[in-house]
Design a protein around this ligand. Structure first.
Ligand code: GLC
Length: 528
């Protein structure tokens, strides 16, 4: 790789880019600034075998050893090469699509392998899914966009002909025919994690990887009728892949979108084709960070302002820009909001604020530095003060609170899998532990992660690594939870490895780009 590309991978920042021209001095400062995470030491130990876990001092921990064994059993091979891990190894329940390799589920597995110095499987996965992206995708007579990445794939063995073929699902077979908007974003994020951890830029530099990224970006940067820089989504387009009222502008997708854009910025070549994308990304990042930090952010002051909002304001001077009706504020939010703390709410649209807490979106916001350092700290404050609600006996609530009764009927369409405090509707998902741990390390509060890990260690292995837990504090193994759920296993491994060696954080975290700091908002003086 030439030196310029190396520099741009490590240091490319918004100010380096053509459509953003700060004063000469700050440009120079920025070029000389080495990204804090990019300077953390990594020792990419390339290993070829898949049977001997590299030691991180976990020989002493039977649970870590068990988790590694369990993770290795989930490996899926295609023509002799490992290409992913299946979602769950539970044969007691109906398989549905849990015998497939899900893109989002593979992320913690990939991080575990990268942290253990085994990058080959990640590379194979990235290349294989890229090939799937180029497939022609159709639902009935409708053709999907070129850039769409699959939700999941499977290797089919033909014992008679002794051949193996791949089968992918882009949403056309999924329950509810949901669109996996997050897959493309995770793919880009994983490509950066691979590049960062191995120092091997040749994969990202491949013409097919550059093209794959551009196709994903074309999809989400395309112009339309939108008045917001956030990405308009259908319900069930992310980890919560069923009808749960997450349509519109869900936080999970906005945070992943932001992170993927920032990763693409360092991975894209500034050649004839890449340059235009780089410029569009920079513009979008500015608008997106401003929008998210201003309108999705909620703390006590902001809540009080909304409570006192006037409605029906017209023109540019409107304070209540989205015409949110104060009567739509749910009762629970007034008690839930701590004096110190805040978070990005679930969704913001015309006359709509979904005040629910969603764990994944908030953790990714911290990791991608979509949240300012003050906001990141406030999110951690909130987690600490609402520990009982958000962590309880089993980390962590996918969202809070659950929706019930009439609201559940209307919002989920009477979904029996998503009854209150179960599954996506306020269930507790062990996989989220790795995201919490990463966010804790980034904000300098590893003790919070340690507390959560202690809780997980009490039960997770004993309960055979369930997919999720039910109940207000997560005391019960989920109604329809799979056992031996791979991302519960991998999430635990990643958390432990990150705590033992915090330099791993660099794979999955991005430092704040100071050029994106918004002007101080009024509420800042209250909370921080
Ligand atoms: C469930 C989850 C989804 C996950 C899949 C496979 O559908 O909601 O996020 O990818 O199971 O584990």
């Amino acid at each position: 790789m030439d030196r310029d590309r190396q520099r741009s991978f490590d240091e490319r920042s918004l100010v380096d880019l053509p459509c953003f021209s700060p004063p000469v001095s700050s440009r120079a400062d920025n070029i000389s600034r080495i990204d804090h995470f990019d300077s953390l030491p990594f020792s990419p130990a390339h290993r070829s075998g898949f049977d001997t876990p590299r030691s991180f001092g976990h020989e002493g921990s039977p649970m870590m050893a068990e988790a590694w064994d369990a993770l290795r059993r989930t490996l899926v091979y295609f023509r002799g090469k490992p290409v992913g891990t299946i979602a769950a190894l539970d044969s007691s329940e109906e398989k549905l699509n849990y015998d497939q390799v899900f893109v989002r589920d593979f992320v913690p597995s990939a991080l575990a392998f990268l942290m253990n110095g085994e990058p080959e499987i990640v590379k194979n996965f990235l290349l294989k899914t890229l090939r799937l992206q180029s497939w022609e995708k159709k639902i009935d007579r409708f053709q999907l966009a070129e850039g769409v990445m699959p939700a999941s794939f499977k290797v089919l063995h033909d014992p008679v002909r002794n051949t193996e073929t791949l089968m992918a699902d882009f949403g056309e077979s999924a329950i509810g025919r949901v669109a996996p908007i997050d897959s493309g974003f995770w793919w880009i994020i994983l490509l950066r994690a691979y590049t960062k951890s191995t120092g091997d830029t040749s994969l990202a530099d491949k013409p097919e990887c550059q093209k794959g990224m551009r196709l994903i970006l074309s999809l989400c940067l395309s112009e339309g009728f939108d008045t917001f820089p956030t990405l308009l989504c259908a319900d069930g387009c992310c980890m919560i892949d069923r009808r749960m009222g997450v349509y519109g502008y869900p936080i999970e997708i906005q945070a992943l979108f932001f992170m993927a854009l920032r990763c693409a910025l360092v991975l894209l070549k500034q050649d004839a084709e890449g340059k235009e994308f780089v410029e569009r990304i920079v513009k979008r990042l500015h608008a997106l960070s401003y929008h998210m930090r201003s309108y999705f952010w909620l703390d006590l002051k902001q809540l009080n302002d909304i409570y006192r909002y006037k409605t029906e304001e017209y023109s540019h001077t409107a304070v209540n820009k989205f015409n949110v009706i104060p009567d739509s504020l749910p009762e629970w939010i007034f008690d839930f909001m701590p004096t110190h703390g805040g978070y990005f709410i679930g969704n913001v649209g015309p006359s709509k604020m979904d005040f629910r807490w969603f764990c994944l979106g908030n953790c990714i916001a911290i990791l991608a530095s979509l949240a300012t350092p003050e906001q990141s700290n406030a999110i951690m404050d909130l987690i600490e003060s609402r520990w009982e609600e958000l962590v309880g006996e089993m980390p962590l609530k996918v969202c809070y609170p659950a929706i019930e009764s009439h609201e559940w009927r209307i919002v989920t369409g009477c979904d029996p899998k998503n009854t209150r405090w179960s599954y996506h509707n306020g269930g507790s998902w062990p996989v989220l532990l790795w995201l919490l741990t990463a966010a804790c390390i980034k904000t300098g509060r590893p003790h919070i992660a340690k507390r959560a890990i202690e809780l997980i260690e009490l039960r997770l292995a004993r309960d055979s690594w369930p997919e999720y837990y039910d109940g207000k504090v997560g005391r019960y193994i989920g109604k329809q939870a799979r056992k031996q759920q791979t991302w519960s296993i991998a999430g635990y491994l990643v958390s432990r490895m990150m705590l033992e060696d915090p330099s791993h954080l660099g794979m999955i975290a991005l430092e704040e780009d100071k050029q994106m700091r918004p002007p101080l908002r009024r509420s800042a003086s209250w909370t921080f």
